[in-house]
Structure formats: structure tokens, C-alpha cells
Design a protein around this ligand. Structure first.
Ligand SMILES: Nc1ncnc2c1ncn2[C@@H]1O[C@H](COP(=O)(O)OP(=O)(O)O)[C@@H](O)[C@H]1O
Ligand SMILES: [Mg+2]
Length: 243
């Protein structure tokens, strides 16, 4: 269980971590107010993600998986605790700063694919290179490489509606990794797919992780999918319990 790490005692001056930690979540709490009642969703989460790991968060619907993923990806900030991504304290940064980090260094994949319907697979992937500010001269080669990586190069001029759900999700993966983020976050990426397509997506994830040396953190509630994880964290009552 090397991933459950308490914050290391800093001796002397604080230096960038020499180890391969990419993300450190420490003591994170998050509550919401709904219908006048306070809901404590995360009650003290500690999590360390290292380079080149495939980590899964599991837990019942409503257990806080999406809330945690949004915090890790800088879409939201915690009420308490810290989130340090590649040495950057996301919990202290404003929206603009976090958006910048997200565009350049984090890839996001959602349950519902989130592709732009009027753009081809290729154009969808190219768009994330534009948004990340990648040099124009690199777009074509990189977009084609990523589509090849997910096995869709031959279909790159198709629009989302001309592709199956599994293919659309593979385009979404190509789009999410195009700007070479060291961290890829995926919220129930297989939930809308049948089990065969879900298994294919997991094969693509492992391939991407190896080829691009990425860390992938995803949520799921499918036990067969969890088998390919390096680590599984189970969320219950706002905390991690041993999975
Ligand atoms: N912005 C919000 N405002 C109010 N309640 C929220 C908000 N986001 C999430 N919640 C509540 O927090 C709980 C956890 O949600 P979520 O993180 O989406 O769980 P999961 O992804 O594990 O299904 C749910 O009860 C949900 O209704
Ligand atoms: Mg969710």
C-alpha cells in the first residue's frame, strides 16, 4: 500500500519531490449545501498518484468519486486540505490558473464522450492541441499518432455520429492525450459501453499508459474492469476504505 502516504516530514527547505509522485491529495474535505442541508461528501481524502500508474476509484453512486476527480483536475477546489499536482498547489490557485494547468497538463475523459459533433475525429483531436497552445506545425503528426494509438487512424475523418460508442470513446481518449498530459482523468469512461467495448477501452488505456508514460486515474463500478488496475481505492462515507 505504498500509495497511501502521509505527507512526508519536510526537513529544511522544501525542494521539488525527487520521487515519481505526480499528484498528492492531503486531508481533502468538500461539502455542498443542497436544499438548506449541508452534505459532507469528502471527509479527509489522502491519495498519492505516481508516474505510470493506472488507478481506479470505486464506490457507490453518490459516494463522491466525481467530486474527487473534479478536485484532482482543478475543476473545483477543496474546503480543506491540499492538492499538489506536479509541484503546483491547485487548492491555492484561482480559476484561471487552474484552467491553464488543465489545458496543458491534464487530460479529461467523461462518461458521455464529450466530442464536438460537427468536427471529425481528427479535428476533435487537433482542437485540444490548439487549446494547449502546441505549435501548429506539430498538430498533424501528433493528432494522427494519437488516433493511431487508439486504433482509429483509418476512421479519422468520420464525425462522432458515424462512429460506435466505443469508437467515440477512443476518439475522446486520443483527444484527451494529444497535448501529452502526464495525468489522464476519466470519469466512468466505460459506463455507457457494453462489456466488450469496455474491455477494449481498458486495453487502450494500458497501451496509452505504456506508450506515453502517463498516469491514469479513473472511476468505475465495474468489477471486471478493476482487474486491470494497479491500485483500486474504494470510497465509502467520504473516505477511502481498504478495497
Ligand atoms: N455541486 C453540487 N452541489 C450539491 N451537491 C452536490 C454537488 N456535486 C455533488 N453533489 C452531491 O455530492 C454527492 C456525491 O456526488 P458525486 O461526487 O457525483 O458521486 P459519485 O460520482 O460517486 O456518484 C452526491 O450526493 C451529490 O448529489
Ligand atoms: Mg460520478
Amino acid at each position: 500500500m505504498d500509495i497511501f502516504q502521509s505527507p512526508s516530514g519536510d526537513e529544511g527547505e522544501r525542494k521539488p519531490a525527487e520521487d515519481d509522485t505526480i499528484l498528492a491529495v492531503t486531508g481533502v474535505e468538500r461539502s455542498f449545501v443542497a436544499n438548506g442541508a449541508r452534505l459532507d461528501v469528502l471527509k479527509g481524502i489522502n491519495l498519492t498518484l505516481r508516474r505510470k500508474q493506472l488507478v481506479m476509484l470505486r464506490g457507490r453512486s453518490g459516494s463522491g468519486k466525481t467530486t474527487l476527480l473534479n478536485l484532482i483536475g482543478g475543476l473545483d477546489v477543496p474546503d480543506r486540505g491540499s492538492i499538489v499536482f506536479s509541484g503546483k498547489p491547485l487548492h491555492e490557485w484561482n480559476d484561471e490558473q487552474r484552467t491553464e494547468v488543465r489545458r496543458k497538463e491534464i487530460g479529461f475523459i467523461f462518461q458521455s464522450f464529450a466530442l464536438l459533433p460537427l468536427l471529425s475525429a481528427y479535428e476533435n483531436v487537433e482542437l485540444s492541441l490548439r487549446l494547449a497552445g502546441a505549435p501548429r506545425a506539430t498538430w498533424k503528426e501528433r493528432a494522427e499518432f494519437c488516433l493511431e494509438l487508439v486504433g482509429l487512424r483509418r476512421r479519422m475523418f468520420h464525425r462522432p455520429f458515424e462512429l460506435s460508442g466505443g469508437e467515440q470513446q477512443r476518439v475522446a481518449i486520443a483527444k484527451a492525450i494529444a497535448h501529452r498530459p502526464p495525468l489522464l482523468l476519466a470519469d466512468e469512461p466505460t459506463a455507457e459501453l457494453d462489456s466488450q467495448m469496455g474491455a477494449q477501452i481498458m486495453t487502450v488505456f494500458r497501451h496509452v499508459m505504456e506508450t506515453e508514460q502517463m498516469t491514469i486515474c479513473m472511476t468505475t463500478h465495474d468489477p471486471t474492469i478493476m482487474e486491470v488496475a494497479d491500485h483500486v481505492f474504494e470510497m465509502a462515507d467520504g473516505k477511502f476504505v481498504s478495497a
